[in-house]
Design a protein around this ligand. Structure first.
Ligand code: SAM
Ligand code: SF4
Length: 328
């Protein structure tokens, strides 16, 4: 195995986030309020073989967890085959998915059998009407049924992602608490991030996660001690609840210190940071297994350019116009 990836700040990268497509069928107000639109011609997304070559190189460098994201990754016709290919890789022990849940109820069993181990479903609100207004889809009931199915199947971990939005769901902690009371899931509140496209929305709806964890602490919830490989989320637990609540606070001072992931877009660009500048294209090196040594050197070399942190606090969103391009 090549030397494990370590950047100039001592961070290691066991975790790859791979976007399978930038296409999405939802129109979440903070991400794609007008729905997905393509300005230029449709790119060809990484093929299954290119993905296998990519995963080969990353696992040589110590990666063992791969998250499939998008856009909406499950819209790809070959999604199940991709899950199988990644899950069958001998050095990958965790295959995760981030999905809007559109196909969850019908397909979750197939995904599980294909080897998916970890599931994140975006559920910003448990209120049907609000969910419809926010996403453009009346799918909450089906998504919640899908999560129940997933719980029966025995995934290693199931998370609900909720972007915290002032005036939309910031008063809905009681509903989420009720939800995790008897369900072994983790609800992750993600602080709304500014992107190139959403400044007006951001100004109106951004609220720091702190407002919620102060309420939790008052209700007897305790923060979990983090292990070094845990990534940037802070998780809270309570003995009366089966589930947990977590917080992803990208504007907090130490957020980037815990960064343990690299990203690759659906066309094979390596992105060192969610809010970095244009990444280098790995695609020319994904064509043949014999290119592995070059691919590995290229990834190692690029890591020298990973900055210690993003510059979101000063409104610099890099090239990220919205997160459907790169997968959150
Ligand atoms: N379509 C899938 C989904 O929604 O789960 C995967 C891609 S989506 C970009 C990944 C995650 O990023 C979702 O949980 C979404 O809510 C979150 N997200 C999108 N835009 C965001 C923003 N501006 N700030 C914080 N989270 C955001
Ligand atoms: Fe689509 Fe996910 Fe963006 Fe919502 S957050 S519009 S589901 S990519």
């Amino acid at each position: 195995m090549a030397q494990a990836l370590t950047d100039n700040f001592g961070r290691t990268f066991p975790y790859l986030r791979l976007s399978l497509t930038d296409v999405c069928n939802f129109s979440c107000d903070y991400c794609l309020p007008d729905g997905f639109k393509r300005c230029s011609s449709k790119p060809s997304f990484l093929s299954r073989q290119e993905i296998i070559n990519l995963v080969d190189a990353f696992t040589e460098l110590g990666t063992y967890k791969v998250r499939l994201t998008g856009g909406e990754p499950t819209l790809r016709r070959d999604f199940v085959e991709i899950v199988k290919a990644v899950a069958n890789h001998p050095n990958v022990s965790q295959v995760a998915l981030t999905t809007n849940g559109y196909r969850l109820e019908k397909q979750v069993q197939k995904w599980f059998l294909a080897g998916l181990t970890h599931l994140n479903v975006s559920v910003d609100t448990l209120d049907q009407q609000r969910f419809y207004q926010l996403t453009g889809h009346n799918k909450l009931a089906s998504i919640l049924k899908g999560i129940d199915k997933a719980l029966e199947l025995g995934f290693a971990k199931i998370k609900l992602n909720a972007v915290l939005l002032k005036g939309v769901n910031d008063q809905q902690l009681p509903q989420f608490l009720e939800y995790v009371k008897h369900k072994k899931v983790s609800v992750r509140f993600i602080e709304l991030m500014q992107t190139g496209d959403n400044l007006t929305y951001f100004k109106k709806h951004h609220v720091a996660n702190e407002v919620l964890y102060r309420q939790l602490e008052a209700g007897g919830w305790q923060p979990k001690i983090k292990a070094s490989a845990d990534g940037p989320a802070v998780e809270y637990y309570h003995s009366d609840y089966q589930g947990t609540l977590g917080f992803i606070s990208p504007y907090s001072k130490d957020f980037c210190t815990g960064c343990n992931r690299l990203r690759v877009t659906s066309v094979g660009d390596l992105r060192l940071c969610l809010f970095g500048e244009q990444g280098v294209s790995l695609r020319p090196l994904l064509q043949r297994p014999e290119q592995q040594p070059q691919l590995i050197s290229c990834i190692q070399e690029q890591l020298n350019y990973k900055a210690s942190s993003h510059f979101l606090a000063v409104g610099d969103t890099g090239v990220t116009t919205n997160l459907s391009i790169i997968g959150g």
